[in-house]
Structures are given as C-alpha cells and as structure tokens.
Design a protein around this ligand. Structure first.
Ligand SMILES: *[C@@H]1O[C@H](CO)[C@@H](O)[C@H](O)[C@H]1NC(C)=O
Length: 447
C-alpha cells in the first residue's frame, strides 16, 4: 500500500479513488459507484469479485471511459462492453458469473444468510477482458451486501414436524412494533432450506417463515419427493398465527415454481387460512410431485434440448391445460393473487398458465382478485433484485439416477430488470393487502 502511493507520487498523479454508497447495504438495495481522480477520457475496466462459501469465485467486469473531469459514475455512464453494456448501476452484481476455473453450479443461491456477500470492486488501467487475478488493480474497495438487516431475528423452527426458519423484523421497523403481518416463503422442487428471500422480507417489515417441504436432513421422506399434504401447511400456519409477534389475520405466501403450485393448492383447499397469495410462477397442477413425475415420464418425448443439451421442459405441461382434473380450482380462491411470469420461461408455459388461470377465475367470478404481470426476456428463476442470472442449472429428479441440467431461460439484462421491478411489485402488493391502515385508505378512496 505504501509502495503504491509512493509510485503515484513519483508519477505526480493521485491514485484513483473508488467510492461506493452505501458500502454496506441490503442485497435488494442498489448502490452508487463512482471512480474519481482518473485522467480525463481514460479507458478503465471495473472488475467485481465475490468469494463464496467453498472457495468459489464469482466475477463480472465492464469497460468505461472517464469523463472530462476524470470521473466514472456507473449509474450515469454507459459500459462499453464486458459482462454487460449500457447504463446499468448494478451491472457489476447481476452480471456476475462463476469463475471459468470453478466447476460450480451456475445458480447463485445464498446458503448462509447471517454472513454478508463480500464483493471486491477494482479498477484496472485500460479495457481488459481477463486474467484479472494476475493483474495489479489501480485501486480496490470492498462492499458488504447483507441479507439480514440490523435487528432482524432468526429463529430455527422444528415444531410439530414443521421445519423452517422464521425471521422477525426489527421491533422498530415500519409499521410499528408488531404484531407483524407475516409471509410464508416457499421455494421450488429443488427442496432444502433457503432463507435469503425470507430474510429480505423481514428487513421489509414482514415476519417471514422460510419453509421446508422436501429434501432436507431434518425432514422425513425420500429426497426429491413431496410427501406432505395440506395438514403440513395447516400446522405451519398454526405456528405462524400463534406466534405472539404475528398478526394471525394478515398472512401471505410468497412462492416460486413448485412452491407456487403448492401455495395455490393450499389456499384453495384449506379454507380456514385467510391468506393473500403472491409470487413468481404458477402451474395449475395439484401439488403432488408424484403427479409431476408421472406427467414428466409420460411426456418425455415432449422434452426439448437447447444447443447445449440442456432440457427445456416447457412443452411437457401443456396437456395439463386441457384436463381440469390436473388443475387447481383457482375459481375457489378468495384472496388477492399476484402472478409474476417470465415470458422466456423454458421450464413451464407460464404465459399459457396465466391466461388459463385468468379464464378460470373469470368464469368463477373472482377475477377481480387477480393481478398478473409478465416480463419479456425473463426466465423461470425470478429472484430478489440483483441476484446473478442463471440461464440453466442442475436439478435432481427422483426417478433419474443422474441430475439433469434444466434450461430456465431469460436474457441477463432484461431478467435483471424484471427481478428489480417484480420485487417492488411484490412488496407493494403485500403492503397494500396486509397493512391495514393503507388498505383502509384504499377502501375510502374507492367510495
Ligand atoms: C475458483 O477460482 C479461483 C480463481 O481462479 C481460485 O482462486 C479458487 O481456488 C477456485 N476455487 C475452486 C473451488 O476451484
């Protein structure tokens, strides 16, 4: 460090300075990045690197040219190439990919939410495109991206057979000290316990339970198979609703993929549950993974392969649309539903499903409860904002010995936009329907 500044002094130039604001923030919040004290009109490369658990390294880079004052402002200037181009204030995060030397699964999923992601951002001389770890940067800064907001409580749940983690908002978080509105958080058929979205929902003022329903060491049953029925979700709701810091009348579900299918089914079949339902991806099937596997095996000729041999599953589900016996009776829904669909979803025909859901709800007279949004260039895995995009990844299927590689779809830049916009819409939808003061105002406004 001392040598670096000596060199800079000898050349009579100050070393460039990278400023990130905030340097420590929640992963769903953007930052501003500025490089100053560069020569005017100077080509530079910004490089971001994140070391994850198991020594895996994710990275992105982008080419910029400083302005006449020797400054680069990432949220105002355009990247001229690299992992992304154009004006993208968070491109150095969402365009990250695993280091080519790492044989890691290309799906970015946070395992340990109590530990922030540490992202090192460096500036290099000129427009360079590789071997960053062998080169010496002009300057670097470390940014902390947190999943747990200060004051959020994380409670392990192993109760009545229910397995999950409950996150409680800080006591002074809006809209007050609680009891809080609550969210049940369901992920897809990859199973396991993933807490990152629930942690972020807690930071936004919702008591949130990341729930396991398959494939976890503390959970009975074979790996890769859902063998719980509606009673499991009833028990889960009881735990949530009996919690002293949860308002029993204000419970929602946020879900993705198979989790969304379960959410729809539970909400139609367990009438005692008064929930608001929201979330990316819906497949109108009954929630039995056995049925999914059955359809999958019967329809294998409908599996398509992309140019890399990754499986496209979208077409195998289409016959479901013709068979009411295989669909959740969404006409029975009595709570608001937000559908978020990626128009390039390669895993499920979500656009066809969304239209079918709309028709079923219209026929049943409850279509006023439906809000549906879709995004072009967006794939199946719509995650919280700035999460790196995974066009494909491995998935274990119980009836197959080897994991298959599924194509999820999406184009990185448009997918990143959709993640940002849909997260805002999900939070707005939850607030609108779960926070009473606001809904009172809304009702008044309508009269
Ligand atoms: C991943 O790549 C980085 C950069 O080359 C290397 O330092 C690290 O050891 C690799 N990790 C694994 C698990 O291969």
């Amino acid at each position: 460090c001392a040598t670096e500044s000596m060199e800079a002094m000898q050349k009579n130039t100050a070393a460039p300075l990278i400023e990130v604001d905030p340097k420590r923030g929640l992963v769903d919040k953007p930052f501003e990045l500025k490089v100053s004290f560069l020569p005017p009109n100077k080509p530079i490369t910004l490089y971001s690197q994140l070391e994850r658990e198991k020594n895996e390294c994710w990275e992105a880079y982008a080419h910029y040219v400083s302005d006449s004052e020797g400054t680069v402002r990432v949220n105002q200037q355009e990247s001229q190439g690299g992992s992304y181009s154009g004006r993208e204030s968070m491109g150095l995060i969402w365009s990250m990919k695993p280091h080519p030397g790492n044989k890691t699964d290309p799906r970015f999923r946070k395992d340990e939410v109590t530990v922030p992601d540490l992202v090192d951002i460096s500036v290099f001389d000129g427009h360079v495109s590789g071997d960053f770890l062998q080169k010496k940067p002009l300057a670097s800064v470390r940014v902390e991206r947190c999943y747990m907001a200060p004051g959020v409580k994380r409670v392990k749940i192993r109760q009545n057979g229910v397995v999950g983690t409950l996150f409680l908002p800080p006591v002074f978080a809006a809209p007050g000290p609680g009891p809080f509105p609550a969210v049940l958080d369901l992920w897809g058929a990859g199973g396991g316990l993933y807490e990152y979205r629930a942690a972020l929902l807690a930071a936004n003022g919702f008591a949130s339970l990341a729930l396991v329903y398959m494939s976890h060491k503390d959970f009975p049953g074979p790996k890769g198979v859902v063998n719980v029925g509606p009673d499991y979700f009833e028990k889960t709701f009881q735990i949530l609703q009996c919690h002293p810091q949860v308002d029993a009348d204000r419970v929602a579900i946020v879900s993705l993929s198979t989790g969304a299918m379960i959410a729809l089914f539970v909400t139609t079949e367990v009438p005692s549950i008064n929930v608001i339902l929201t979330g990316p991806y819906i497949q109108p099937l009954s929630p039995s993974i056995v049925l999914i596997i059955f359809i999958l095996n019967r329809q294998t000729e409908k599996i398509r392969l992309d140019e890399n041999g990754h499986m496209i599953w979208k077409y195998i589900w289409l016959p479901v649309l013709e068979d009411p016996a295989q669909k959740v009776a969404v006409g029975k829904l009595q709570c608001p539903l937000l559908l978020v669909s990626g128009e390039d979803d390669c895993c499920f025909p979500v656009m066809e499903f969304a239209e079918d859901i709309r028709k079923m709800m219209e026929a049943a007279g409850n279509v006023h409860l439906l809000t549906s949004v879709s995004y072009p260039g967006t794939g199946h895995l719509i995650e919280p904002p700035y999460c790196p995009h995974s066009p494909f990844s491995k998935m274990a299927i119980p009836t197959r010995k080897k994991a298959v590689v599924l194509r999820w779809g999406g184009e990185p830049q448009l997918h990143a936009r959709a993640q940002e916009d849909s997260w805002r819409k999900i939070l707005e939808f939850l607030r609108q329907h779960l926070i009473p003061d606001q809904s009172v105002t809304l009702k008044k406004a309508k009269l």
